[in-house]
Design a protein around this ligand. Structure first.
Ligand code: MLC
Ligand code: AMP
Length: 482
């Protein structure tokens, strides 16, 4: 028997008339989505990978489902991507086609690829759903920032999706009766794999609000939505607005499940949401390379500041600085999290060196530091690399921004750091030593905005006469932050 990645789309006799997706006024049932996707899938047969212009729309979901049906890997593209990232991704992934909504204007190299417009009109005679590809077939190539250099393409096989989404369903008691709401972007694991493939695999309904707003998600939870997915910045904004709006707090309180991830949810925020809405947020911990590793169970103790237990099927250990495993009973020790299981990626595209470096005796090195509570709950306490910034739930490599700023003719030296921010978790700060003529902060921010995605722009630029360096000449970023 084949296990389909998307059983309710492969066989619409199961739940065909149920709404699969709703974006604003646009809704598609399982039957309609299956017909639209099968039509596009027939045009993708035999291709290796396709880029998808990942606007928050039903067309993006239809394009992704079509590629998954055809067994063709999806490279989701942030529609606010900058020029430099675009050149890198198109050159590195070499997509055979680009899939986009009709009328969407594609920039740069993407516009040069053969294009397939994805419409929501089902073909007159929808073809059959293609046979299920092997579980090891790449499903997605998601680009993620490292500490230095351009983003790396994380190749995720179908088995990572099926095993991980089923593990989440088990621990969250997530069923076809749920209605998920979120306003996450559709070019990362959180919004796209958990937030779109997740509900479609469960046979439940997704209501996507387009651009996130507290009002939009509250309106859905006041209606028939049962679950909310968000990053801590979204929960921070919900807490702020619920404090001023009783009706909003009541709407959020009606949810069956509020899930936070992609960055640490501060314990104070967890407690504030509980006080305002009566709901305790469930925190889960994941990564592009591993999908989800840990979560608090639906029926478990929702303690603030922890990401709960490893998911079924995921092996997790903490290792010390020498790479030796720390015994589970040692609840004082802090170590790096390493994981193993069917949830892992296949490797970084075209980067066997980086893939090998990320592995340790068959375990994936996450770079996240944690300790364990006596009952095994994992508490993330920090990150190994100071050059990785998490802002609004986006991972941003300091080196990528530094390289762009160094290309500016008036920048002599630069260091980029993340500073604590009550809304974004961390905000990007650029420390700049100017040449003879000092550019304005706005000019430098605009320079970054042209080359990189919008969320990689520094929020602040601070000018210095010299950067603090150690005896080796290396910039001491901790001294800057202090
Ligand atoms: C940014 N902007 C600036 C600026 N920096 N404008 C002027 N000067 C600057 N320095 C602009 C942006 O272009 C945007 O414009 C607006 O300001 C806000 O930028 P933003 O960074 O997008 O923030 P905001 O719109 O406030 O959105 C907050 C947010 C968003 C939480 C909605 O950060 C978000 O969607 N985060 C989700 C990230 C995510 O999905 N991560 C998952 C990774 S997967 P405009 O025009 O757009 O308003 C992963 C694995 C796992 O981590 O475990 O899940
Ligand atoms: P990304 O590479 O964008 O997938 O980001 C993955 C990183 O996000 C992880 O390595 C963690 O540092 C961070 N992260 C994700 N979820 C959590 C969480 N619940 N708590 C703390 N950090 C998290």
């Amino acid at each position: 028997m084949t296990t389909h990645l998307l059983p309710d789309l492969a066989d619409v006799s199961r739940r065909g008339d149920r709404v699969a997706l709703r974006f604003g006024d646009t809704a598609l049932t399982y039957r309609e989505l299956a017909a639209v996707a099968a039509g596009t899938a027939s045009r993708l047969a035999g291709l290796r990978r396709v880029a998808v212009w990942a606007t928050p729309t039903a067309e993006t979901c239809a394009a992704v489902v079509a590629a998954l049906a055809a067994g063709v890997a999806v490279v989701p593209i942030n529609p606010k991507i900058g020029k430099r990232e675009m050149s890198h991704i198109v050159g590195d992934a070499e997509p055979d086609r680009v899939l986009a909504a009709p009328g969407a204007e594609l920039p740069g190299e993407l516009a040069g690829l053969p294009r397939i417009d994805v419409t929501l009109t089902p073909p007159a005679q929808p073809g059959p759903w293609p046979a299920e590809p092997p579980a090891s077939t790449p499903a997605f190539i998601v680009y993620t920032s490292g500490t230095t250099g351009p983003p790396k393409g994380v190749v995720l096989p179908r088995r990572a999706l099926t095993s991980n989404l089923d593990a989440l369903a088990e621990v969250w008691e997530w069923t076809a009766d749920d209605v998920l709401v979120h306003g996450l972007p559709l070019f990362h694991v959180h919004g796209l794999i958990l937030g779109v493939v997740g509900p479609l695999r469960r046979g439940c309904t997704l209501h996507h609000v387009g651009k996130f707003s507290t009002e939009a998600v509250a309106a859905e939870l006041a209606g028939d939505a049962t679950m909310l997915f968000g990053v801590p910045t979204m929960y921070h904004r919900l807490a702020e607005d619920c404090a001023a709006d009783r009706e909003m707090a009541e709407a959020i309180g009606r949810a069956r499940l509020l899930v936070s991830g992609s960055a640490a949810l501060p314990a104070t925020e967890h407690q504030r949401i509980e006080q305002l809405t009566g709901q305790r947020v469930i925190e889960r911990y994941g990564m592009t390379e591993t999908l989800m590793n840990c979560s608090v169970r639906f029926s478990g103790d929702r303690r603030p500041g922890t990401v709960g237990l490893p998911l079924p099927g995921v092996d997790l250990r903490l290792v010390d600085d020498d790479g030796n495993p720390i015994p589970e009973q040692d609840t004082d020790a802090v170590g790096e999290i390493e994981v193993r299981g069917p949830n892992l990626f296949l490797g970084y595209l075209n980067r066997p060196d980086a893939t090998a470096e990320a592995m340790h005796d068959g375990w994936f090195r996450t770079g996240d530091m944690a300790r364990r509570d006596p009952d095994g709950y994992v508490r993330i306490v920090g990150r190994r690399a100071t050059d990785l910034i998490k802002s609004g739930g986006y991972k941003i490599g300091a080196g990528e921004i530094e390289n762009v700023l160094l290309d500016h003719p008036q920048v002599a030296e630069v260091a980029v750091t993340g500073e604590p921010d009550p809304d974004l978790g961390e905000r990007i700060v650029a420390w700049v030593v100017a040449r003879d003529e000092r550019p304005s902060a706005d000019e430098l921010i605009a320079h970054v905005a042209e080359q990189l995605a919008a969320h990689k722009r520094p929020r602040e630029v601070r000018f210095l006469s010299a950067l603090p360096r150690n005896d080796m000449g290396k910039v001491m970023k901790r001294a800057l932050r202090a």
